[in-house]
Design a protein around this ligand. Sequence first.
Ligand SMILES: [Zn+2]
Length: 249
Amino acid sequence: MLEDHTAGRSPFLLTCDHYGRIIPRALGDLGLPTSEFERHIAWDVGIAGVANALSKLLDAHLIAQRYSRLVIDCNRPPGAPSSIPRLSEATAIPGNEDLTRDAAAARRGAIFEPYHRRIDEVIGRRLRDNIPTVLVALHSFTPVYGGVARPWHIGTLYHRDTRLPPLLLEYLRAEGDLVVGDNEPYAVSEDSDYTIPVHGEKRGLMNSGIEIRQDLIADPAGQQQWAERLARIFGEIETALRAQGLLPG
Ligand SMILES: [Zn+2]
């Protein structure tokens, strides 16, 4: 796990479930060639740089998972087939075949649970201290999946919150030069997601995910550019939320 700007003054609490691609030493390489760990199946390419810079620019608390989603996916309900995937896109993961119940539980206890416990604690503390909190889950998506090219530059990712996602869509579209996905390329559900349903919806927080296309944030220059753009947009959204009385003025 990685945390930054833990005393950040921003109402935005940033999470990044697929920030890193570390594999615990005991699991070796999961039976995969090194090249697979460069790909989106192992992590959200480019998002770490965006998350770090955005956390700094907004002075926003960031909680990020440094272990690879191939070990256990921190945005999947434990027990779901995609939690410890045996297949990701078209790649079979030999190290995830025939896992015993104990082996799966060990991954959950070592990686999944401490990460979500920490997010839960931070939200709990903020609520107790009356610190306004808006959950933003940061992700990136592969430009081509299963041979199909995706047109969006950025997408919002939401389910039940009716406050933040419409504003986010409005401000992203107002940029004028972006193809913005409305719950594209993914939508949130309780079966396919964990962070937004559990930490956002069950806590009653305003929340949304963001998905940025990976070719746009492949290098540090792109990551910085997108972080600056998003910091400006989130600043505008914060002002709008205050004007609407959804954040204290
Ligand atoms: Zn992701």
